[in-house]
Design a protein around this ligand. Structure first.
Ligand code: NAD
Length: 352
């Protein structure tokens, strides 16, 4: 990766980090925006009320579904219009953020995001909507939240298994940002620091899910990972997970957590600089060993078949991924190698 010649876009967004202060920080942001008819988008009512209870909310919207089915997006847009809202506040994981983005895409309404998982959607200008088993994504600056309020204390209620999977989803943003189509030295620097923070934070979250220090490190790493990913674009790992998620309605974070070691082992030998940087960020002799050590420490999910992906889906998915392999992927990709990778991920046969 040459530092002599590259083009890097930085997305315009304010980020506020303040553990235990989401309500106050959000109120300041709403005041500054000068808005007074909020639509609060959140799957978890109690979480939303805790954060936005004191704000001028025109409508609370809890009809949130993972991967944003088109009917859900249409309903949310109707609700926004019926209540004549002037801003969107999403409080929750990538699914709540994704729904707010679907509304912003057609209305141009500003979003303030309060993330409570490590998915990272809040720091990207990427939207996604699913229709008949196919997820369509696009890039549009209207969906980029104006401000993100990060409050690690809100993530303490995220169950440990989901926290681990979501943190590994963030780690996958970092790893893919090393070789995705628009990867540049700034992305790699962000990704390296993201891996370091996630590797430090996740074991603490696993050992002490209500402790704040591990949650803060993990949230910080998740933000860095998303910024790197937004700039670098989708690499092979994201293309695989995108196809699997849309085709088999698999849980997003767990799919990423399972597929990541296979893609790292596949691309690593053909991407020596990425391999060196990832290993350094883990503080391990190799990238694969660093990831394996973290995964075993946090009891990471291992097999796609545990999430109800059908075995016959391996072949169908391999064909669909092959058609979407990003240009410039470090390792050459064939139908045979992809099928072997997906089979190993399906069976839970971890790379050695
Ligand atoms: P999610 O938002 O569906 O959350 C998972 C579960 O955790 C849900 O049941 C949710 O209600 C619950 N939850 C969230 N925060 C909680 C908390 N603090 N306490 C208790 N429960 C809590 O899952 P996710 O993995 O965060 O997001 C996945 C979605 O985000 C997918 O649709 C994916 O495509 C999208 N995504 C988009 C981008 C992007 O850039 N556009 C990036 C990453 C993910």
């Amino acid at each position: 990766m040459s530092v002599a010649r590259f083009v890097h876009d930085t997305l315009p967004q304010r980020v506020r980090f303040a553990s235990g202060e989401a309500a106050g920080q959000l109120a300041e942001e709403i005041k500054e925006l000068g808005v007074s008819r909020l639509m609060v988008v959140a799957a978890r009512k109690w979480l939303a009320e805790q954060v936005a209870g004191g704000l001028p909310v025109a409508v609370w919207h809890h009809d949130v579904v993972m991967h944003v089915p088109v009917e859900t997006a249409v309903r949310a847009r109707e609700v926004a219009a019926e209540h004549d809202v002037d801003a969107l506040v999403c409080i929750g994981g990538g699914s709540a953020t994704g729904l707010a983005k679907a509304v912003a895409l057609t209305t141009g309404l500003p979003i303030v995001a309060v993330p409570t998982t490590y998915a990272g959607s809040e720091a990207t200008n990427v939207w996604g909507i699913t229709e008949e088993g196919r997820k369509t994504t696009g890039v549009d600056d209207r969906v980029l939240p104006r401000t993100v309020v990060y409050d690690a204390s809100l993530t303490r209620t995220l169950p440990v298994g989901m926290s681990v999977a979501s943190g590994l989803n963030a780690l996958a943003h970092c790893v893919d940002s090393m070789w995705a189509p628009r990867a540049d030295p700034i992305d790699a620097a962000l990704a390296e620091e993201g891996i370091r923070a996630l590797n430090a934070g996740l074991p603490q979250v696993f050992a002490d899910p209500v402790g704040l220090a591990g949650r803060e490190q993990t949230l910080y790493g998740a933000y860095l990972s998303a910024v790197a990913f937004a700039s670098a674009g989708s690499g092979l790992h994201h293309k695989i997970c995108h196809v699997l998620g849309g085709m088999f309605d698999l849980p997003h974070a767990q799919t990423h957590a399972i597929v990541l070691p296979h893609v790292l082992a596949f691309n690593g030998p053909d991407a020596p600089e990425a391999e060196r940087r990832i290993a350094a960020a883990f503080g391990a002799p190799s990238a694969n060993e660093g990831l394996a050590a973290l995964r075993s420490e946090v009891d990471a999910p291992v097999a796609l078949r545990d999430y109800a992906m059908p075995e016959h889906g391996i072949e169908t998915a391999a064909g669909a991924v092959l058609a979407a392999v990003p240009a410039g992927n470090p390792a050459p990709v064939t139908l045979v190698s992809l099928t072997a990778l997906l089979r190993a991920a399906w069976e839970g046969d971890l790379p050695r």
